[in-house]
Design a protein around this ligand. Structure first.
Ligand code: HEM
Length: 246
């Protein structure tokens, strides 16, 4: 079976696990430096992080929640753009593939930050175990927060599957990759039903745009697949010279 161009080796992962870990360490160091410099740079924010009832943790968690969901949206849109061939028009399939992968990892880093920073919020008062164990935040919307927790584990699994692709094989890798659809809906419903901002007009427009645009790209993908089945294109002759048959 010929591998379609969008899944050929041309688009193999350009990022190795060491680079990813380095990236995570850079984020941690950046946060530490900010914590050390913050009191002199921004005394008001420093007070907000360290006062009696610090609210900054909650604000940071909410802000990074939307950054993370937006990056997940960008990554999904690029992925669907690769498979429905729209990405060939812009930004080009190889660029879309590289961005799809990087943006997903960046989004995962923001999701981790969103989940961990909420530990500092005295009002919600989660423990580390409650953050780690899905559906265990009994005092605060355990089901809806649980969807986000399952979402983040699924995200980590999908991201890691990039690095074991040659070991698990293309078919298994693709099955793992299809989990991203479930992961997106988990994150969307988690945000919608556990977030403080969901009732705000801008947040509702944001969620509608996010879901509807991906649904549109998904339908284009189905239509392209149907078109390919109904009107199969002639395969281009290979540019690699084949050994003569004798
Ligand atoms: C361990 C995983 C997670 C935990 C413990 C968690 C926890 C929470 C909590 C407690 C809230 C409510 C905050 C509030 O508005 O008062 C929230 C909201 C939200 N979360 Fe998560 N979350 C997790 C994973 C995720 C993931 C993977 C995403 C997205 C990719 C995400 C996106 C959001 C969004 C968009 C909101 C709405 C924020 C708002 O309305 O202000 N979360 N999360």
């Amino acid at each position: 079976m010929t591998v379609p161009p969008s899944h050929s080796n041309e688009f193999e992962s350009s990022l190795n696990i060491q680079t990813f870990l380095l990236f995570m360490v850079a984020i941690a160091v950046g946060l530490l430096v900010a914590l050390v410099l913050l009191p002199s740079w921004m005394p008001n924010l420093a007070f907000s992080l360290g006062g009696q009832e610090p609210k900054a943790f909650w604000y940071l968690s909410r802000a990074t929640a939307f950054v993370s969901l937006t990056l997940l949206w960008v990554s999904m849109a690029l992925g669907l753009g690769i498979s429905n061939k729209m990405a060939r028009v812009w930004p080009g399939a190889p660029a879309a593939f590289a961005l799809h992968e990087y943006v997903s990892l960046l989004g995962l880093a923001f999701a981790l930050f969103h989940a961990v920073i909420i530990l500092g919020d005295k009002y919600i008062n989660f423990t580390l175990a409650q953050i780690l164990i899905p559906f265990s935040t009994l005092d605060y919307k355990p089901f809806w927060v649980g969807l986000g927790q399952v979402g983040i584990y699924t995200w980590a699994l999908v991201a890691l599957s990039f690095y074991v692709r040659s070991t698990i094989g293309q078919k298994t890798w693709r099955l793992f990759h299809y989990l991203s659809f479930g992961m997106y809906f988990l994150a969307l419903f988690h945000g919608l039903f556990s977030g403080t901002d969901s009732s705000a007009g801008w947040a509702q427009q944001y969620y509608w745009f996010s879901g509807a645009s991906l649904l549109f790209l998904f339908f284009v993908r189905i239509l392209t697949a149907l078109f390919d089945v109904l009107f199969p294109q002639k395969k281009r002759p290979s540019t690699v010279a084949r050994p003569s048959q004798g």
